[in-house]
Design a protein around this ligand. Sequence first.
Ligand code: FES
Length: 90
Amino acid sequence: MSERKTVRLDLAEHSQNLEFDSGCTSLLECLEYNKFSVSYQCREGYCGACRVKITEGQVVYNQEPLAFVREGEVLLCCCKPDGNITLTLE
Ligand code: FES
């Protein structure tokens, strides 16, 4: 049985919970699958365009990103949730 991971999104207007599908290769793919419009360019951890705030939980990177990531931020294109997380999308 696979472990369910919930991605909670704090949006400007409201909050929403999504389930991270284990078939998704990244948080970016999960959000796109759920029809969220998020910024991106390279989709490989180089540019930083997909940077968002994480307020709860942790992620695991598919490979170490080259773009700079500050404490409390994640790059959506190259990571997956490590348990339940909360992201703030602006
Ligand atoms: S889209 Fe370039 S780092 Fe994520």
